[in-house]
Design a protein around this ligand. Sequence first.
Ligand code: AMP
Length: 175
Amino acid sequence: MKILIMGLPGSGKTVQARKIAQELGFCLIKTGEILRELSKIDTKEGKIIKNVLENGELVDDMVVGEIVMNRLQNPDCKNGFVVDGYPRSESQLKNFNPGFDKVIYLDIPENQAIKRLIERGRGDDTKRLITKRLAIQKKELDGLLKYYGSAGNLLEIDATKTIDEVFKDIVDHII
Ligand code: AMP
């Protein structure tokens, strides 16, 4: 099974993606984490990625598409995979489409997402960058939701509940 987990930053994507991958024995691909690792490497590409992350913007479509495509070839992904963070936009989907069977959308009001991000306090979770990331990603997310909504494989989950409740809702829908 090929699963995509989507939602605003702060919707709980990472936690739920981990739990789903663990429960089903699937590999987990988290583009944000891969990009944060690449940004620490002292190469031209690493520096470009670092700059994009520090500005709360989106990394180039071709770069991210290639990362995901390569990672999916890994033998640990052969039973299935969960992707957290790709595609972030319709243009990425046009560039490389992993062909998801299930698309899980973790729905959370923007003010709650902001509150969670401030509490989390990751390097790119400053107030200014949170606002910028949310604005950029909300627009792209809306486009993707329309796309997957009409494709008929979108599951909308209330992500304001507890971690265990959200996980139960997801599992009830996908198994
Ligand atoms: P995340 O950990 O999912 O919140 O992602 C952190 C940052 O990584 C984002 O703010 C983007 O700058 C970058 N990023 C993650 N996934 C993508 C993607 N699919 N396309 C472009 N940039 C991405």
